[in-house]
Ligand binder design. Structure first.
Ligand code: G4P
Length: 524
């Protein structure tokens, strides 16, 4: 197959949701359609159960699972589909944000009873920053839930998305009859407990009295509701979905495998083929001949005796080949990869070549950090893999003076993996770890001990937020730095960071120093 055909075949996306909305269940059903797994229950949920937040065995077990399910590739109707897994637990949200830089589109799963939940809001916000095309799947229609119109309103308001339904539910909960597909103008009937649905019944005209034979008195309500839908929501246009300005919405029940095949069949028709990415030098299109790619995730290997890791690389352009030397731009040196890994659902295998849209796993003994770029020699760096200003902070102190080197190395590598962010106080020299969840502090302490033989201790710090600061007004910047000296730090790259100890201190600083830019993501 030609290079361009290889690109056109690929669809790389992520399923995102608030925990428990049904992401794992939906993923599993999609894999079943692709023949990638044979039985339900084969995909282990990678969520850390709420009851087990400080259970180490659980976290270690989850780390193992999350390598296996990081990327689940499968073939469907002649297309190569890659689903990128995202951790459900909110303490690992930063991981999810980065994974979203490596996908071309997303499916958002929403629980019909719970509606839009906080984690969904955060994740969709990140997608909106890049205009990532979004399909919404409203799940659990076999249970009682919110009214469909009310739910669509909530999505528009809370997620700031424009939506248009491509299917419409006929009742819900115990009385759920199925959905009418606005996309292919057919009726799909639901039978509880049945794991596949009959082919849709074509129904172009909903005033047709035969509709009643299928769904009884719900026929009248359905045709009235659909009239309203047509009046209120815009007609679906693929281009508007692709530029992120409209999101099609589907209704179904992942557990009952209802509405999933329709979702998948529509997805493969409308979802984007691999997109290009902006670099520090220029925009790179996927069909350029030379290979380029970037590291969006690093996973420490499971064997604590070997400190090797897997770097996950998204291929952006060209053809990646095994054993061919590629240029590691940050280190400015050539590296060859003897055992690059392809991820098919639940299986890993050595790959000979990979194409734009693919995710490859590269074994790494410490050469990579998040955001690193590989090319065939061109000096450019992929952009758009930001770190967000953390939300929780603690001082980290060495608890074993004999192991300070180990501690420094361990912290360095864990930060390269993107587990947390490290800041060094400018005047105090003290190290501060910033995370998005409390769990990371425990993970860091545990991994430092078990993988690096280093012990650390945390001490509290009063810190509300960090902001990277820049300014063209040198005088103002110098004045700010002099006055705020105790509140300044460096990040790992040596950039200036302001440590705001309260919302008030941040607000007044921003007011008093209008020429200073306060950045809350690391890319500016
Ligand atoms: P997540 O990955 O988004 O966290 O959600 P997951 O798929 O694990 O689903 C969360 C719970 O919701 C699971 O139940 C799952 O069986 C259930 N579920 C998913 N889809 C549907 C649906 O369409 N209808 C109904 N009624 N339930 C659904 P659980 O009891 O928490 O776990 P399990 O013991 O069933 O695995």
């Amino acid at each position: 197959m030609g290079f361009l055909d290889e690109i056109k075949q690929r669809r790389t996306f992520a399923i995102i949701s608030h925990p428990d909305a049904g992401k794992t269940t939906l993923t599993e059903k999609l894999l079943l359609y692709g023949g990638a797994i044979q039985v339900a229950g084969a995909v282990k949920s990678n969520k850390i159960k709420k009851t087990a937040t400080s259970d180490w065995m659980e976290i270690e077990r989850q780390r193992g699972i999350s390598v296996a399910t990081s990327v689940m590739g499968f073939d469907y109707k002649g297309l190569k589909i890659n689903i990128l897994d995202t951790p459900g637990h909110q303490d690992f949200a930063e991981d999810t944000y980065r994974t979203l830089t490596a996908v071309d589109s997303v499916i958002v799963v929403i629980d019909v009873a719970k509606g839009v939940e906080p984690q969904t809001e955060k994740l969709v916000k990140v997608c909106r920053m890049r205009n990532t095309p979004i399909i919404v799947f409203i799940n659990k229609l076999d249970r009682p839930g919110k009214d469909a119109f009310e739910l669509l309103d909530e999505i528009e308001q809370k997620l700031n998305l424009k939506v248009t339904p491509l299917s419409w539910p006929i009742n819900m909960g115990q009385h759920f009859k199925g959905v009418y597909s606005i996309y292919d103008r057919s009726l799909y009937l639901f039978e509880p407990g049945k794991q596949h649905i009959e082919k849709g019944v074509a129904f172009n005209d909903l005033s047709n009295s035969e509709l009643k034979n299928y769904i009884g008195d719900d026929a009248k309500i359905l045709s009235e509701e659909l009239q309203l839908v047509e009046g209120v929501y815009p007609k679906f246009e693929v281009d508007h979905y692709l530029d992120g300005s409209i999101c099609p919405v589907f209704f179904g029940s992942a557990l009952n495998n209802f509405g999933v095949k329709e979702l998948l069949d529509c997805f493969i028709e409308i979802a984007p083929t691999p997109i290009g990415h902006q670099t520090s030098a220029r925009f790179i299109a996927p069909d350029e001949n030379q290979f380029t790619g970037f590291v969006f995730k690093i996973h420490a290997n499971m064997d604590p005796n070997h400190r090797d890791r897997i770097a996950f690389v998204r291929v952006v352009s060209g053809r990646f080949e095994r054993n061919k030397p590629y240029h590691h731009v940050r280190l400015n040196r050539k590296i060859k990869f003897a055992n690059p890994t392809a991820f098919m659902a639940q299986k890993k295998s050595i790959l000979e070549e990979a194409f734009p849209g693919d995710i490859i796993g590269l074994y790494d003994a410490g050469n990579f950090k998040i955001g690193d770029t590989l090319t065939e020699g061109e000096l450019l760096q992929y952009k758009g893999i930001p770190s967000f200003s953390p939300e929780l902070f603690r001082y980290v102190e060495n608890a074993d003076p004999m192991k300070s080197k180990q501690l420094a190395k361990g912290l360095d590598q864990l930060m390269d993996e993107g587990v947390a962010q490290l800041f060094t106080g400018k005047s105090s020299g003290r190290k501060i770890i910033g995370t998005v969840g409390t769990l990371q502090f425990e993970v860091i302490q545990h991994r430092l001990l078990h993988e690096y033989g280093a012990s650390c201790r945390y001490e509290p710090i009063t810190l509300y937020k960090t902001a990277w600061i820049t300014s063209n007004n040198k005088e103002m910047l110098a004045d700010f730095k002099a006055r705020k000296a105790p509140y300044l730090a460096f990040d790992k790259e040596g950039r200036d960071v302001f440590l705001a100890d309260s919302p008030y201190s941040l607000e007044t600083s921003m007011e008093k120093y209008p020429d200073i830019q306060f950045h809350f993501t690391s890319e500016f």
